[in-house]
Design a protein around this ligand. Structure first.
Ligand code: SF4
Length: 449
């Protein structure tokens, strides 16, 4: 048996894969260690959907290979999207790596750690775990990701994910319900539903949908937060909006990447929409969920993007007034249609547009947060806040790892507690507040309302 450490890179879907690999290894009797310096086997679960992510993964592998030279580590494994996409080439380019296990080989990780060599990459594909699969959840214990599907059937021309993860595979609703029940019973305060496109959930099963799934999850008594991440503008139906509004545990938080607003670019991206249809969608969402926090993602520097297109995007962002906005610069990915498009935009131009868009969003985010001053929010405490001596946490408006925080200066509580907070100040990303008097921090009463 080996001492195994795992470094998890990339998105929340990759993190769940990491937790599954750790669960399988622990079940097989291997010892999971936190510190890579203590490990005999190190697994790097990699991301490979854009250039910066690939660079980060290769840097991590090279850095960790030094531990082999120092003798603590005997086996270095590259797992995840980089292995799925490039293992054949990387075997030659990265001799420091002893084995590769792609996204469709997660269930074989024990054999790989124990020395078995897997054949080269096997095209696009993903192992999709079930509620019966062992999973060692990473910290924090009060917040969990629940992967409801993997892969993607969309054909966004800039995206390599379908070529890595394969077509969409949805887990059966009963299996997701079983895992949800188990997480709630464990005392988890927040469950985040994830997939490449959660709003397409069940379309490959024929008789299932996200709204149907949410109504099934509503049969479980849960006083915490149920959050849906990664939705797609093409699938926001009136029925889904009704479910988001009516299912009691669902928080009014909508994460919906729009990618751009210029119709000619959206068409070239293989994405739906226009400024008008986007604004109509936002209005439908805000009517259905009046307290909603809307997060979106844009891509700038896509081939053919003109200054006029970018100006149109800026005008749209000014009018849309998103609560949360992220932006990526186009990454020219081989095996994607956009790789060979004419009028590629220079990287420095894309970078400059990214900075301008984020600058434009700052006063909007500040205004959205300042509108909350004087109101109350339920806050999930997550950490101590040394500068104030109090605590910091998140409100329903903050998804884990990507959004802001609420700093609660006068609070004495524990991570994982909920407190009622009076908001006293709004900043670009964060809020500040104080505990509502008489409101003691409260642990989530698992399985009771
Ligand atoms: S929806 Fe588009 S961008 Fe998202 S994973 Fe699928 S193909 Fe990629």
């Amino acid at each position: 048996m080996s001492k195994v450490a795992l470094v998890s890179l990339g998105c929340a879907k990759n993190l769940v894969d990491s937790e599954v690999m750790l669960g399988l290894l622990a079940e097989a009797g291997h010892t999971i260690v936190e510190e890579v310096t203590e490990a005999e086997t190190i697994i790097v679960n990699t991301c490979a959907f854009i250039e910066p992510a690939k660079e980060e993964a290769i840097e991590a592998l090279l850095e960790l290979s030094d531990l082999k030279a120092q003798g603590t580590c005997r086996r270095l494994i590259c797992a995840g999207c980089l292995a799925q996409r490039y293992s054949t080439d990387l075997r030659l380019e990265l001799p420091e790596v002893d084995a590769f296990a792609g996204t469709d080989a997660i269930q074989e990780i024990v054999a790989v750690v124990e020395g078995r060599e897997l054949a080269g990459c096997r095209g696009a594909g993903s192992f999709l775990y079930s509620s019966a699969t062992p999973r060692l959840r990473a910290a924090p214990q009060w917040s969990a990701y629940l992967k409801i599907a993997e892969g993607c059937d969309h054909e966004c021309t800039f995206c390599a994910i379908p070529a890595i993860r394969g077509p969409q595979q949805s887990r059966p609703p009963a299996d997701i319900l079983a895992e949800y029940r188990a997480l709630v019973a464990e005392g988890v305060c927040e469950v985040n539903l994830i997939a490449q496109d959660t709003s397409a959930y069940g379309r490959d099963l024929g008789n299932a949908s996200l709204e149907g799934l949410l109504r099934q999850l509503d049969t479980v008594e849960f006083d915490g937060w149920l959050r849906v991440l990664y939705m797609h503008p093409a699938h926001i139906t009136p029925g889904l909006l009704a479910a988001l509004a009516e299912v009691s545990a669902v928080v009014p938080y909508v994460d919906i990447p729009l990618q751009h607003a210029a119709p000619s670019l959206l068409e070239a991206m293989g994405r739906p929409g226009s400024p008008e249809s986007h604004l109509d969608l936002l209005q439908r969402i805000r009517e259905a969920l009046p307290a909603v926090a809307i997060r979106t993602t844009f891509l700038v520097g896509f081939p053919g993007e003109t200054e006029e297109d970018f100006d149109l995007l800026c005008d749209f962002v000014t009018e849309a007034r998103f609560d949360r906005l992220a932006c990526f610069a186009f990454s020219r990915e081989e095996d994607t249609p956009a790789h060979d498009l004419p009028a590629q935009v220079a990287a420095e131009v894309a970078r400059e547009r990214l900075d301008r868009l984020m600058e434009l969003q700052e006063p909007i985010s500040l205004a959205r947060n300042t509108e909350l001053v004087g109101g109350r929010l339920r806050v999930l405490l997550e950490d101590f806040d040394p500068p104030t001596g109090g605590m910091k946490g998140r409100s329903y408006r903050d998804a884990p790892e990507v959004d802001g925080e609420v700093i609660v200066g006068d609070c004495r509580g524990d991570p994982g507690d909920f407190v009622e907070v009076l908001i006293t100040a709004g900043e670009v990303h964060d809020l500040r507040g104080q505990v509502v008097r008489g409101q003691a921090p409260r642990k989530l009463q698992s399985a009771t309302r």
